[in-house]
Ligand binder design. Sequence first.
Ligand code: TRP
Ligand code: ZN
Ligand code: CA
Length: 448
Amino acid sequence: MTTPRSTLPRPFRRRTATVATLAVAALLAAVPATSATARDRAPDAPQALAAPDIPLANVKAHLTQFQSIATANGGNRAHGRPGYKASLDYVRAKLDAAGFTTTVQQFTSSGATGYNLIADWPGGDPNQVLMAGAHLDSVSSGPGINDNGSGSAAVLETALAVSRAQLQPTKHLRFAWWGAEELGLVGSKYYVNSLATGDRSRIAGYINLDMVGSPNPGYFVYDDDPAIEKVFKDWYAGIGVPTEIETEGDGRSDHASFKNAGIPVGGLFTGASRTKTAAQATKWGGTAGQAFDRCYHSSCDTTTNINDTALDRNSDALAHAVWTLGTTTSTPPGSTYENTTDVAVPDNGAAVTSTVSVTDRAGNAPATLQVGVDIKHTWRGDLVVDLLAPDGTAYRLKNSSSSDSADNVIATYTVNASAEPANGAWRLRVQDVAAQDTGYIDSWKLTF
Ligand code: TRP
Ligand code: ZN
Ligand code: CA
């Protein structure tokens, strides 16, 4: 037998409204490269060091070297040809001189020996490895300066900038140049397959640059790992350049080898043989109705086949991503975000919401997100309560029940929110679905 519902509502205590006190920690602050390193800062300060500008002239000097190597070796830098190994030796010498630990990994493809170059920057958490890479081989029909001298040079110059800054990242940084991409991602597949299972799961992310200086450029960001994608999109938004999601063949470069192994990936691309539309030319400049790279896989993919602005931007964007993702100290578990402003819940009426904004966390929300709810109500069985993720996904916290006659919903719910990026506007949604008793959201909070 259920408790009969009182016909006289109990006195309704309406709290005086309080000023919203969103317990949100400081926003990501840019810290000069000369200041304290990430590990010196207070543990609750989620910050990343600011990346240096990558000098375009340095990136272009690497392209000049790749061009000379191709010219001296039959016009290409292809797998199994001497121009490939000469390119690798050039990149390796720069990295060795800058203090990297370099490793050359050999494999065989189409009857020829192929080589990957791996460069580790000493330090950082070995259980959180951040990688950036580019394929170093060209097709045999040309010198491959945009495809992919551009990505190779941007990754090289970013690595050299890490050395110049003597960066002390929180994550371990690893840079890679792949062989035989043009034969079907052979080198990167070989690398991923040769990783021990434990080492695969230690790779926090892989960033790929393949064709980042196309002469009629588009600004494309891979739509894969949300954290990597956001860092690139935010960087481009900061300089006022619109981006689009990369769609010219997902899986057509080395990030696919990592993605297939369950490793988070991202990357940048300025377009290959696809045609730039009129709308794209309007927002990016360049020539509508013409390919992003008319010399794709051709002998004319030389140093003149490069758009300097695109190469410069993508080099700077990569450095920004390496600095941001590699030096961030994530906010420690246990931080709480709260909204204490009262929200009246109309009797047997429409749902209401209360918002908590989260801006300072890296990655996704935890599998054990704690949702602390304090709803004052004279008949809690009237209430349906949901947590809404920033993208609107609803997580049911409590159903209505005509037999649940107690007062108030004062409870902490555990939600598996690991599919949701942590940052954004989270909402508590409360609906009163039965007439007579009423109440209000007193406060609620999220504990990450
Ligand atoms: N090297 C790549 C290829 O020949 C170029 C490419 C085409 C690409 N589409 C892409 C690279 C999409 C990155 C993303 O296929
Ligand atoms: Zn390529
Ligand atoms: Ca009611």
